[in-house]
Design a protein around this ligand. Structure first.
Ligand code: AMP
Length: 422
């Protein structure tokens, strides 16, 4: 026997029946994006490495330690996208979308790649869906996107997901805040974990969301970013909150919540689930405003805001609550003998052509084995074709979950199914 080859560690196969949970999520998500007027974009999995270095940030964990980066055959450095905001911005600039429309609302959905330490809800290939809005610096745009995220989560019937909100300031007030934060952390340097001691110089904001209890104790006394906002950032933050209050969207302000990517300005937020199914990976989504990113990547000065949600994590929650989009046939057609097989095959093809979900056993075989397969398929009804049915043009529609069979004319089968499934 040849040696078996396994899938790549941290990259999951999504198979039936679990895929039904994904279909449920995707259908609800697309429907929500549609209601909000967001249109889908699909960008390539591979991008120039420089795109992520310049946007996500060289000192972040994502770029520093987690990217799948390699040289292609022509010696270009490419990376598998660790997130989709930067690729979407690249496409927005490359296709000069701002020339055609003043406000652009996009969504995406697809696999992302990060070489992370794995645990429940944290993988190396994982799926994200996200919304991005370009062209409006107004607080109403931040609030609309947050509302979109909340309505999506609500539409999935997932209770216990809460919203945390913060403002990270902008280029006017953040430098002073970073200076005071760094000074404070330096004074407590010896109390920090080894990783945070290194972060302190490279990316002090990240110390704020370290999970180490020692670091959290230090962070409890650190200056809060919300106390250091300049007037315009403060006004923006207040207006976002005012809009959220107007639609009764509950949130808590968490001045220690920073996001792991460098491009955010002003509003930042996270959707957090308190669910044992996720272990400690409790963030199901997050995002914020990134008013400078389009320009920093060589485009026009266009403000933007967006979020991404982790689909693997949402699916873990949905699986627990039993939500899925079932793909079961309406009817299973069995052939009692070899003579009926051709007619059964023809009937199945015709019903499928007219829009019905119908199954049969291509192997034929005994009626008993075909009926076993019918039960396993989860079909609502079964129909057996044999000598008598072929001769009379009648058949018995048998409900597989129990109940009386009904005689029907075979040439009205489609309508009979539709009437019973309504
Ligand atoms: P981020 O922008 O890094 O906060 O990612 C947004 C969301 O994507 C997170 O809240 C998670 O739900 C999800 N996510 C991020 N990294 C992973 C991963 N390695 N595995 C599964 N989901 C992830």
């Amino acid at each position: 026997m040849s040696q078996r080859i396994s899938g790549v560690k941290g990259m999951n196969d999504l198979l039936p029946p679990d895929i039904e949970v994904w279909h449920f999520l995707e259908a609800r998500a697309r429907e929500t994006f549609r209601r909000f007027g967001y249109q889908e974009v699909r960008t390539p999995v591979l991008e120039d490495t420089a795109l992520f270095v310049r946007s996500v940030g060289e000192e972040t964990d994502i770029v520093g330690k987690e990217m799948y980066t390699f040289e292609d055959r022509a010696g270009r450095s490419l990376s598998m996208r660790p997130e989709n905001t930067a690729p979407a911005v690249r496409a927005y600039i490359e296709h000069a979308v701002h020339v055609r429309e003043a406000v652009t609302r996009w969504y995406y959905l697809g696999p992302m790649f990060r070489y992370e330490r794995m645990k429940t809800g944290r993988y190396r290939q994982f799926w994200q869906m996200g919304g991005e809005a370009y062209g409006s610096a107004e607080p109403a745009q931040d609030a609309e996107l947050i509302d979109l995220g909340l309505q999506l989560i609500h539409g999935l019937d997932l209770p216990g997901v809460r919203l945390e909100l913060n403002s990270l300031g902008d280029e006017n007030c953040r430098p002073a805040y970073l200076a005071s934060l760094t000074a404070y952390l330096r004074a407590h340097q010896s109390e920090l974990c080894a990783e945070c001691q290194a972060r302190l110089e490279r990316n002090p904001l990240r110390v704020l969301d370290c999970k180490n209890p020692k670091c959290q104790a230090v962070v409890a006394g650190a200056p809060a970013v919300t106390d250091a906002l300049c007037r315009p950032c403060q006004a923006h933050f207040e207006a976002v909150r005012h809009k959220l209050d107007a639609i009764h969207a509950p949130y808590t302000v968490n001045p220690r919540m920073v996001r792991g990517l460098d491009y955010y300005t002003r509003t930042a937020f996270e959707f957090i689930a308190d669910a044992p199914a996720l272990g400690t990976a409790t963030a199901v989504g997050g995002g914020g405003r990134y008013d400078r990113l389009v320009q920093e990547l060589g485009g026009p000065s266009v403000p933007a805001v967006g979020w991404a949600m982790g689909m693997d994590r949402l699916c873990l929650l949905l699986a627990e609550s039993g939500k899925r989009e079932e793909a079961k046939p309406e009817l299973f057609v069995a052939a009692a003998d070899a003579a009926a097989q051709d007619e059964a095959f023809r009937l199945v093809s015709e019903l499928r052509r007219s829009g019905h979900a119908v199954d049969f056993d291509p192997r034929g075989g005994s009626l008993k084995s075909q009926m076993k397969r019918a039960d396993k398929s989860g079909a609502r009804f079964a129909l057996v074709l044999g000598e008598r049915e072929l001769a009379s043009g009648d058949g018995e529609l048998k409900p597989l979950a129990g109940g009386e069979s009904v005689r029907i004319r075979l040439d009205t089968l489609g309508a009979a199914l539709a009437a019973r499934l309504r």
